[in-house]
Write a protein that binds this ligand. Structure first.
Ligand SMILES: [Zn+2]
Ligand SMILES: [Zn+2]
Length: 189
């Protein structure tokens, strides 16, 4: 098996893992990074949103220097990097501005009944893995209430417990990355 770029069939566990999550503003206090960190990625599907947010987080995001031509209306109206449609065209056609696939309707029907800052303050200090898990959970909800928040706290506690189990196992040279459930006992036969 090759380890060429894009090969996702790797079976061995990651050799080196960061102790702390990567922070794009740790050594970079530029206005650009500050602005990108506050940028709300909109008009795209969940998958593309995650892709663009990943680019921002890991400093791969290259903003457009000038508006790009929209593939829908042929005008120079695309203001966001990685989008191929302008906001008007993607909203009109109800498609993702990046991959041009039909937008899932569930995305916009989430009713938020709690302070959005509260959710942000929960998400902000989390690692990428936890943040994604919580976002997946949030996106499955029809509405977000105080109960959702306490559920999120439960999920985080649960994930922390799993992490503690992982750490206990990490002394062995072979780490089984496939066991996501954190069970470290063997089934007796
Ligand atoms: Zn357009
Ligand atoms: Zn998309």
């Amino acid at each position: 098996m090759s380890c060429s770029r894009g090969n996702t069939n790797r079976t061995r566990a990651q050799k080196h893992q960061n102790k702390t999550a990567f922070k794009n503003d740790l050594h970079d206090s530029s206005k650009k990074t500050k602005f990108l960190n506050t940028l709300q990625v909109t008009g795209v599907c969940l998958r593309c949103k995650e892709i663009i947010e990943w680019k921002i987080k890991y400093k791969k995001y290259k903003p457009l220097a000038a508006p790009k031509k929209c593939v829908g209306c042929d005008q120079r109206t695309v203001k966001f990097a990685y989008h191929v449609l302008c906001n008007n065209c993607s909203a009109e056609k109800k498609v993702c501005a990046k991959c041009v696939k039909a937008m899932e309707s569930t995305e916009t029907t989430i009713e938020v009944n709690v302070d959005e800052d509260k959710i942000k303050s929960i998400l902000k200090p989390l690692s990428e893995r936890k943040r994604r898990a919580i976002l997946r959970y949030i996106n499955k909800q029809e509405k977000i209430t105080d109960e959702t928040i306490s559920n999120i706290e439960d999920i985080l506690l649960e994930m922390d417990n799993i992490n503690i189990n992982d750490c206990n196992n990490s002394n062995s040279s072979i780490v089984d990355s496939s066991s996501d459930d954190g069970d470290d006992f063997k089934v007796e036969k």
